[in-house]
Design a protein around this ligand. Structure first.
Ligand SMILES: Nc1ncnc2c1ncn2[C@@H]1O[C@H](COP(=O)(O)OP(=O)(O)OP(=O)(O)O)[C@@H](O)[C@H]1O
Ligand SMILES: [Mg+2]
Length: 424
């Protein structure tokens, strides 16, 4: 096993991951063994000795790298998010259309960059619509397998009875309806990447079979005795908390460790709200192009809503909303064009008092007060900006306020003075 990448600063982190993977394979081998013969014991001992030597070498090297790194960290200033993205670009990183400069997204992309050239399994988790599949494509596109197949399997969408045949293929006549020999997804992904989506939905018998394949790198088509070697890089994704599923007994712990050698978590959009303006602009243009129209303009109150909304469906939901607005609105979209289930119940005109959030339904009194106060503040700012035609300096003068404090408040509410400069 190649332990280090001499001269490469990423060597040690990846080596630990590789060691962990080896230990997992040993643990699984032991777990599955009904009895172990002397030759196998010798083999396991040899593997354990090699692992011990590798850990010792690694810790030696790690201490050296840490000592050097500690000195370097004092000297090198932390990069801004823009510089981090720029640095990825300079290293020819393939983004596959992923954009955004949020630090947590950049963390995920930087992990993907390091993981991509290795064959280590990667587990991507995050809420629905946060870009898990996109991340799997990024990992494939940045690795040595980029020109080989990328095969996606939705583990939640395959009926239990077809799972084995879908993943591993079948032999003609193996079951009713098996009219011909058929390749499974693993064979199709040979030399490339297999993306196991919704892995948390995989039933337990399927998990056992998957684990065996991950250990042996071999499959057997249903109804066949022949074993076929497969070399597929695994990327799995889930919107479930697998640790919780393990606790509930519906997901195998050994499979979890086998899949999550590298673990990437994508943050929900409500935790990277700084990206919303960019995504609105991007999907507004994309929708305009798809619908062959001019990009739709947004009223200030709709923009303000879109900047503050929680997006339970994350980026996919935001994209769908932009397509809907572009389809339904004329030149300018307003709150009324939003889907009914998310539209504010009283579409208020600026100037009317805000309806405070009622306590109850999990909203505490303090939250209700804060929400009402925020609403009132935003309304006041919108009204003020309208009165001065979007001139912040003038508004600050009228309200006898510090201009930069006013700017901070506008930023907090996602209000842009330029949106008030002309009739939209
Ligand atoms: N950072 C991003 N930049 C641009 N587009 C993104 C980004 N993240 C996600 N998207 C887009 O959002 C949509 C949803 O992404 P994707 O299908 O990868 O999410 P997912 O996490 O797999 O969702 P689900 O759990 O529902 O399957 C896609 O259209 C994707 O291109
Ligand atoms: Mg998906």
């Amino acid at each position: 096993m190649k332990l280090f990448n001499p001269g490469g600063e990423r060597g040690s982190a990846m080596s630990y991951a590789a060691l962990l993977e080896k230990i997992e394979i040993m643990r699984s081998t032991l777990r599955w063994a009904t009895r172990i013969e002397r030759p196998d014991i010798e083999k396991l001992l040899r593997q354990a000795n090699t692992l011990r030597d590798e850990v010792m070498q690694l810790s030696h090297k790690e201490r050296f790298v840490q000592a050097v790194g500690a000195g370097a960290a004092d000297a090198a200033p932390a990069l801004s998010t823009g510089e981090r993205r720029q640095a990825l670009l300079a290293r020819s990183f393939v983004f596959e259309g992923t954009f955004g400069d949020n630090p947590r997204l950049l963390d995920a992309l930087e992990i993907a960059e390091k993981a991509a050239p290795t064959d280590l399994p990667v587990l991507v988790d995050g809420e629905s619509g946060t870009g898990k599949e996109l991340m799997a494509k990024v990992i494939h596109a940045n690795g040595a397998r980029a020109d080989k197949p990328y095969i996606s399997v939705n583990c939640g969408a395959i009926p239990d009875s077809l799972l084995e045949s879908e993943l591993f293929g079948h032999k003609k006549g193996a079951f009713t309806g098996a009219a011909n020999d058929r390749k499974g997804k693993f064979e199709s992904a040979h030399k490339g990447t297999i993306f196991l989506d919704e892995i948390g939905e995989l039933p337990l018998p399927g998990q056992v079979k998957l684990l065996r394949v991950l250990q042996s790198h071999e499959i057997q088509r249903v109804g066949s005795d022949e074993t076929i070697a497969v070399d597929a890089r695994i990327v799995a994704a889930t919107n479930k908390n697998l640790r919780r599923l393990i606790g509930e007994g519906t997901f195998r712990e050994d499979l979890f460790y086998r899949l999550s050698v590298i673990h990437v978590t994508l943050p929900p959009l409500r935790e990277r709200k700084d990206e919303i303006p960019l995504l609105i602009a991007y999907y507004g243009d994309e929708a305009a192009e798809a619908l062959k129209r001019r990009p739709v303009a947004l009223t200030p109150r709709l923009r303000s809503f879109l900047l503050r909304y929680a997006y339970p469906g994350n980026i996919r939901e935001l994209r769908n909303i932009l397509y809907r607005l572009s389809c339904l609105a004329g030149d300018t979209a307003d709150l009324a064009h939003l889907p009914e289930d998310i539209r504010p119940s009283t579409v208020r005109t600026p100037g009317t008092p805000a309806a405070p959030a009622a306590p109850g339904n999990g909203v505490s009194l303090a939250d209700a007060k804060r929400a009402a106060s925020d609403e009132a503040e935003r309304d006041c700012l919108e009204r003020g900006l309208q009165e001065v035609g979007g001139t912040v300096a003038e508004l600050a003068r009228r309200w006898d306020m510090n201009r930069s404090h006013l700017q901070i408040l506008l930023k907090k509410h996602g209000l842009h003075s330029k949106d008030f400069r002309k009739e939209r």
